[in-house]
Design a protein around this ligand. Structure first.
Ligand code: ADP
Length: 490
C-alpha cells in the first residue's frame, strides 16, 4: 500500500513531543510490513539537519494557490534514518517555517493551513496517488477538508484519510479568514456546526473538528483515552463531535521504539541486561548513585522523568519526593517545564535538598541521563492528571523499573496493579491508583516500597513480569494496517 504521512513533526529531525515519535516509529513499522511510506513535513530552519541523509531539491517549482495568488515553494527530499521524507520550503514573504522554533506564533493557524494545502498540492503535481493519507493533530486537520472539498475534483478521485489526535488540548481554533487564504471560501458553508464551526467559540473555526468530520477514520493514542475524550472534559469541547462520529473513531496504543529503548544494547548505560541476567541492572543503580552522588544504602530508588507540566501532576510529583524520603526510599527527578514558575519551584526544592544524599534533582533535558535513570531506578512515578498514551511507563517496563501510575488514558491501558488488577497474577506489572490526591499516590507508593523492603523476591517477580510485556510498534502497526485496509475498500 502507498501511504502518505503528513505531519508537522518527525523524530528526530523535528521533534517537540510524542507526535514526532509516532510519525517516525509508525512509518518504520509500516515499511517493515511491506508498505511504501512517504512522510511530508515542513522545512523548518531549526530542524536537526544532521539527521537527514542525501538532502536535495526533488521538486523545484511548486506553486501553491493561496489567497488571491500563488506561493512559490520548493520540495526537498532526504532520508531520516531510513524513512523517506519530503520537506516543503515556502518562499513566501510570510516566512512560514524559518522562525527559530516550531510553534507559538500568532499566525500558527495560517502557517499550518498553508502547509496542509502545500502538501496536497505537492501530491497532486508530483502525480502521487497514495492509497491512504495519514495526518496528525490540529496542524494537519485541514488536510481531509481540502482533499474532500477541493482536491477530489482535481485528479485525487479516491481520497482516503486516517487522522490521529495526539493531544486534544490544542485544536487550531482560529478566525474565518483562513477560508479565503486556503481558497475554500464559502464561510456560510464551512462555518457551520456540522463542519468546522468551533463548539465553544461560536465565531471561530476549529481545524481539529474539521479533521474529525472529514476523515474516513479518526484515532487517538490509547483505547482508554478514546473513551475519556468522549465522556469527560478531556475532549476539550469536541466530545459531541466525537459522539456524532463515533462509528469511525477508536483508540490505538502507541508503540515504543524497541531499538532505541533496549537495555541489552543501550549505549548510554554501563551494564547491559535482559530478563535472563537481571542482576546486571543493579550495576546501573550503582552507576546512577555514583553519578548523582547518592548514598549507597539498602533503599529503592524512585524516579520521575518527564515534563514538569500541570498535566503530569506536578503537585503529586513533589509529594512523591517527600513521601519517598520519609519512607525508606531515595528519589531522583529529571525534568523541566516551559513555565518559569514551575521551574523555579523545583529549582527551589533542589536547593532545599542539596545536601540530602537520598535525593537528586536535575532541572533540564538530558536524554543520556534519562536512559541511566530508567536503567538504574527501581520504580518510577507517573501521577498524571491526563495522559493520552504515555511513553515513560513503557520504557520503565522494558528496563525492569516498576511503574507507579494513576489510572488515566494510556497508563490505565498498559499498567496493571499488582494487588487489585483483574488481570491474572502473573500478568500484573506495576501499581495503579485512582484519585489525583495525596492519599491515592501514597496508597500505591506505600505498597510498592513495602514490597521492595519486605518481599524482595516478590518485587523481583513483578519486575520480570513487566519486562515480559511487549509494547513495541508491532501490534500498533497491525491495528493501523487494518484501519487502512478498511477505509481503502470502503
Ligand atoms: P509527553 O509526550 O506527554 O511529554 P511521554 O511519557 O509520552 O510524555 O514521553 C516523554 C518522553 O520524553 C519520554 O521518553 C521521556 O523519557 C522523555 N523526557 C521527558 N522529559 C525529559 C527530560 N527532562 N530529559 C530527558 N528525557 C525526557
Amino acid at each position: 500500500m502507498n501511504i502518505a504521512m503528513i505531519a508537522s513533526e518527525c523524530a528526530p529531525v523535528s521533534k517537540v513531543g510524542g507526535l514526532a515519535d509516532v510519525v517516525y516509529g509508525l512509518s518504520r513499522e509500516l515499511e517493515i510490513r511491506g508498505n511504501d511510506v512517504e512522510i511530508i513535513l515542513p522545512k523548518y530552519d531549526c530542524m536537526r539537519y544532521d539527521h537527514i541523509w542525501g538532502l536535495h531539491v526533488a521538486y523545484q517549482d511548486l506553486w501553491v494557490p493561496w489567497g488571491g495568488g500563488t506561493i512559490h515553494c520548493s520540495v526537498w527530499f532526504g532520508f531520516v534514518h531510513g524513512r523517506k521524507c519530503f520537506f516543503i520550503e515556502s518562499h513566501s514573504p510570510d516566512n512560514f517555517f524559518n522562525r527559530d522554533h516550531y510553534y507559538g506564533f500568532p499566525d500558527d493557524a495560517m502557517r499550518f493551513a498553508f502547509f496542509s494545502k502545500a502538501a496536497l498540492e505537492f501530491l497532486l503535481k508530483a502525480d502521487k496517488h497514495p492509497d491512504v493519507i495519514h495526518c496528525h493533530d490540529w496542524q494537519t486537520g485541514l488536510v481531509p477538508v481540502l482533499l474532500y472539498e477541493m482536491y477530489k475534483f482535481q485528479d485525487m478521485h479516491h481520497p482516503r484519510v486516517c487522522y490521529t489526535i495526539h493531544n486534544f488540548r490544542y485544536q487550531g481554533i482560529t478566525g474565518t479568514d483562513v477560508l479565503s487564504a486556503t481558497q475554500l471560501n464559502r464561510p456560510e458553508y464551512y462555518h457551520h456546526h456540522e463542519r468546522l464551526k468551533d463548539n465553544v467559540h461560536p465565531s471561530a473555526l476549529n481545524f481539529m473538528k474539521g479533521g474529525i468530520v472529514y476523515s474516513n477514520f479518526v484515532t487517538t493514542v490509547s483505547p482508554k483515552h478514546a473513551w475519556e475524550v468522549r465522556h469527560s472534559e478531556q475532549g476539550h469541547g469536541l466530545s459531541d463531535t466525537l459522539h456524532i462520529h463515533q462509528d469511525k473513531f477508536g483508540g490505538i496504543l502507541n508503540g515504543l521504539d524497541y531499538e532505541v529503548w533496549n537495555p541489552e544494547i543501550d549505549p548510554h548505560i554501563p551494564n547491559h541486561y535482559a530478563i535472563a541476567n537481571l542482576d546486571e541492572k543493579y550495576g546501573n543503580k550503582e552507576a546512577l548513585r555514583d553519578r548523582l552522588l547518592l548514598r549507597k544504602d539498602y533503599k529503592p530508588i524512585i524516579a520521575y522523568v518527564g515534563r514538569l507540566d500541570v498535566q503530569k501532576g506536578v503537585h503529586l510529583i513533589r509529594h512523591g519526593l517527600f513521601y519517598s524520603l520519609q519512607n525508606g526510599a531515595q528519589f531522583v527527578l529529571l525534568g523541566s517545564s516551559p513555565e518559569a514558575s514551575i521551574n523555579e519551584e523545583f529549582l527551589h526544592l533542589k536547593q532545599e535538598f542539596n545536601d540530602n544524599e537520598d535525593c537528586h534533582m536535575e532541572i533540564g533535558f538530558d536524554e543520556e541521563l534519562a536512559h541511566l535513570i530508567y536503567a538504574g531506578a527501581d520504580m518510577i512515578i507517573m501521577p498524571s492528571m491526563y495522559e493520552p498514551c504515555g511513553l515513560a511507563q513503557l520504557i520503565a517496563l522494558r528496563y525492569g523499573t516498576v511503574p507507579i501510575v494513576r489510572a488515566v488514558g494510556g497508563l490505565a491501558d498498559t499498567i496493571f496493579d499488582r494487588d487489585f488488577s483483574e488481570k491474572p497474577l502473573t500478568a500484573r506489572n506495576g501499581y495503579v491508583f485512582q484519585e489525583a490526591d495525596y492519599a491515592g499516590l501514597e496508597s500505591a507508593m506505600h505498597r510498592a516500597i513495602g514490597l521492595w523492603h519486605a518481599y524482595p523476591e516478590q518485587f523481583r517477580k513483578l519486575v520480570l513480569q513487566g519486562m515480559q510485556y511487549n509494547y513495541s510498534w508491532h501490534r500498533s502497526g497491525q491495528h493501523y494496517s487494518r484501519i487502512y485496509e478498511h477505509i481503502r475498500t470502503q
